[in-house]
Design a binder for this molecule. Structure first.
Ligand code: AHR
Length: 489
């Protein structure tokens, strides 16, 4: 039975100090893992699946709609085994993808194809380099290959492969999870290697690369302290990886579709840990970098379940329900609150892997509930975060932001059996409602399938009321809503 909780009011506090929500917290992650790059994005120019230069048109169109700002590639654990020279030129050299199913990686999708993906998405580059098993020479050659315009062996090689102009690289990661799959290093060892490798991540011409150091796994605060203390001045960002695992136990994580109401609440409690992790890592960073020059890049986050029964365990394929939508919205709200330090976040992963935006099956494609949250939240990109006073109760959460003379208000009800009557007081008379949409699930496991692709999809909000400076919304259980309004001048 659904009960109406008491009406709760939040008041927008326009004069409180604020910060910009960097659009890059809406970043994505595409690893050579399972069916993310191959099938999900790349089908090749000869495929019967409609494509442009080998990239499937339906994926690109859907991803353009949510304004993907940046794509992290090629991994993940894959990055520290990737040797980029095998993935350029006419003679591609296959390799074994040891981390992900031991399958043959054909290296058909390489540097040139990645920049074509960015070009079609209109997104920025975030390349993760190989520190775990690659050499300094290999890393510096790759930078030269991609970004040096003038005559040099690497620039000439690029030109011989058909690309005359250099590309721009906005972000470069020096290793990935080097405390684990990227070399099992203690932080002192990684910090020394980071200082060495990053020296050769050079800026050519007017290209300016922001260097990202491998940061901690979840609550490894010692890693942050050691790496910031030793190498903080050589980096622009430090990464943080934290996944939502319903049980908190990596060996038995829980399933994407088959879970009870207790597991719903446990999952969201695991998600809310992100707030404490960011606060505590940020406080340690403050000791070494009080002016917050170094950003935190939460460059892997999202739900991680046991794989769908019957699928390759190395491919990390999982379904996505209204629970994932709530996980996405709560995480994004946390990133917004901490956007003075969190300058990028990359959900894992873009297509067919972990908490994906899109799922594909041959030529068919569906959008997940998570995708719809990224769509509902897209107006927060590069907006000013607006602090609020009051709250929406234990299961509620919200973000208010301001951009282009309009306020965007996103509201969450993570409860399973009660509505929230939310009143939002704006700092002036509301003149126009520009958008009012939300998603909810008929049950706590509602999700989209190839037979029912729109079971969970945005609908116009019922019962929205505007009353002077107040916006009144009833949030059903299991829901995320966004209202965008302009005020009378
Ligand atoms: O996203 C899947 C894997 O999770 C990544 O390859 C790795 O960095 C992390 O452990």
């Amino acid at each position: 039975m659904t009960i109406l909780s008491q009406n709760l009011t939040i008041t927008v506090a326009p004069n409180a100090s604020t910060h910009r929500i960097d659009r890059r917290v809406y970043g994505q992650f595409a690893e050579h893992l399972g069916r993310c790059v191959y099938e999900g994005l790349w089908v090749g120019p000869d495929s019967e699946i409609p494509n442009k230069n080998g990239l499937r048109k339906d994926s690109i169109a859907a991803l353009r709609q949510i304004k993907v700002p940046v794509v992290r590639w090629p991994g993940g654990c894959f990055a520290d085994e990737y040797h980029w020279l095998k993935g350029v030129g006419p003679e591609r050299q296959p390799m074994v993808n040891n981390h992900w199913g031991g399958v043959i990686e054909p290296n058909v999708f390489g540097t040139h194809e990645y920049f074509e993906l960015l070009n079609q998405l209109d997104a920025e580059a975030y390349i993760n380099g190989n520190l775990g098993s690659g050499t300094v020479q290999e890393m510096t050659d790759w930078i030269e290959y991609m970004t040096l315009e003038s005559t040099s062996p690497m620039a000439e090689l690029r030109k011989s492969h058909g690309r005359v102009q250099p590309w721009k690289i906005e972000f470069f990661g020096v290793g990935n999870e080097n405390w684990g799959c990227g070399g099992n290093m203690p932080p002192e060892h990684y910090a020394s290697l980071y200082r060495q490798y990053q020296t050769y991540v050079r800026n050519y011409g007017d290209n300016h690369i922001q260097k990202i150091a491998c940061g901690p796994n979840a609550d490894d605060y010692n890693w942050t302290d050691v790496v910031m203390s030793s190498a903080g001045k050589y980096m622009d960002m430090l990464s943080l990886h934290y996944y939502t695992i319903p049980t908190g136990d990596f060996s038995a994580k829980g399933l994407a579709l088959d879970f009870d109401e207790q597991e719903w609440h446990d999952t969201l409690a695991q998600t809310r840990r992100m707030e404490e992790l960011i606060s505590r890592h940020s406080a340690i960073m403050d000791i070494h970098d009080p002016r917050k020059r170094v950003g935190l890049a939460v460059d892997e986050w999202g739900t991680w379940y046991d794989v769908e029964p019957g699928t390759n365990p190395g491919f990390l394929f999982q379904q996505n329900t209204i629970r994932d939508a709530l996980v996405a919205a709560i995480n994004l709200n946390i990133f917004h609150r901490h956007a003075d330090r969190v300058r990028m976040a990359n959900i894992a992963q873009m297509v067919n892997v972990l908490q994906a935006m899109l799922l594909t099956d041959g030529p068919a494609l569906i959008k997940t509930p998570t995708y719809h949250v990224f769509d509902l939240y897209s107006d927060h990109q590069d907006a000013d975060y607006v602090p609020t006073v009051g709250d929406l109760g234990e299961q509620g959460d919200c973000t208010v932001s301001h951009k282009d003379d309009a306020y965007t208000i996103s509201l969450v009800n993570a409860g399973l059996d009660h509505e929230i009557g939310a009143a939002v007081q704006l700092p002036g008379q509301i003149s126009e409602v520009l958008r009012a949409q939300g998603i909810t699930g008929a049950t706590h496991t509602s999700h989209n399938t190839f037979d029912a692709p729109d079971a969970v999809s945005p609908a116009d909000l019922d019962g929205l009321r505007v009353d002077g400076r107040h916006l009144r919304v009833t949030l059903p259980p299991r829901s995320v809503a966004t209202v965008r309004v302009s005020l009378v001048e």
